[in-house]
Design a protein around this ligand. Sequence first.
Ligand code: GDD
Length: 405
Amino acid sequence: MRLEYPYRTERFGAVRIHELQRVIEIDCGTQTYDDQLGPSRIVSRDAIRDVERDLVVVVPCMNEPRRVIEGVLSGIPHDCLIILVSNSDRQPVDRYDLEVGALEQFCRLADRAALSVHQRDPGLAAAIKAAGMPELIDDDGLVHNGKGEAMLVGMALAAMTGRRYVGYVDADNYVPGAVHEYCKVYAAGLAMADSPYSMVRISWHSKPKVRDSKLFFSRRGRSSEITNDFLNRLLAEYSGFGTEAVVTGNAGEHALSLELGVRMRMAGGFAVEPFQYVELFERFGGLLAPDAANTDVMTSGVSVLQIESRNPHFHDNKGDEHVVSMRTQALNVIYHSQICPPALKSEIVDFLGGHSPPAERIYPPVASLALDRLYDGITAEAESFHQIVQRLPARVRTVTPLQRA
Ligand code: GDD
């Protein structure tokens, strides 16, 4: 892959936010040299493959059409391990059952391994509780609904696979080629990162919409615009300089090293992605009391790469109310951050029409889970948990993805 160089970097303590880099060519051929002096940066196919072998791709899914899910699966590079975390209806039709069927069939045909679990499985909730995160459980004794919660479950499973990276792709993406490019970008970004604590966030090229019977490729996300603006204002409050560095506040498509991911608290619902920035600033920004467990991170720094894809993002449009709810959740987490200055708080309240923002659900880091207990609980009690093994031709006959810590 050939990408633009990010010339400028915004710093917030140990957090380095690189300005947006565009993909120049998705496949750069057989070149292996790294052209650090030219205007572009090459990440070789081998370097990308190396990361893919260590990459888990989590697919959060709630009631998406089977055909769309199948397309998404087909776009995930072969060497990545797939984890499906579903919150689909189980009645009157068991849609999760259909999803597992599609996943199993795909893995059988493609000769690959995968994991899947239903977010509302009582056995999963019991395992998470036993592993030490009762915060994730709601009043019904099940894991809270929400995309952020699904991502947390996915990250916990990923942490038990022995792989080093985790990425996320939505299940409602109509274009398998876009999913494929996102995963390639994750691998390229993680390979380029100058710290073991790294994150790659995708800024999609455009979102196609139909207007007057014509396709219009919109460059602006209605939620992202607001989220990015307020995150940049937060940065500017501390630096004293206006900035537009953050362009991926809502990036649903992102990947990170597990070394970093398991140390970060996560927010529930759609607050999850904007909260990642807030969490990085709070935890590694150097403003709050340092955590001795994170000394290494403070020394190496956290590298955030923002990369613009070539493919347009063609997905299910869930309506205006959904967009408003998403950006409100983003503003809620910025408002409630310990480092949000009073001036910015009042700007948020003004934007929200004078309403005081409610607090979102924030969960402890995955590193606080006892993964051995989680493994025991999930494998013994979660009836929805499926571990699809990969068949190998010679001697070793199967590869089982999950390992007990
Ligand atoms: N397991 C699970 N549980 N999956 C969920 C849940 C849940 O409670 N809620 C949503 N999902 C799945 C959906 O099925 C879809 O695959 C993905 O999460 C994204 O949800 P959407 O409701 O389709 O969100 P969106 O497409 O409007 O927003 C996406 O893009 C935003 C940036 O533009 C999301 O990725 C956002 O998180 C992101 O900020």
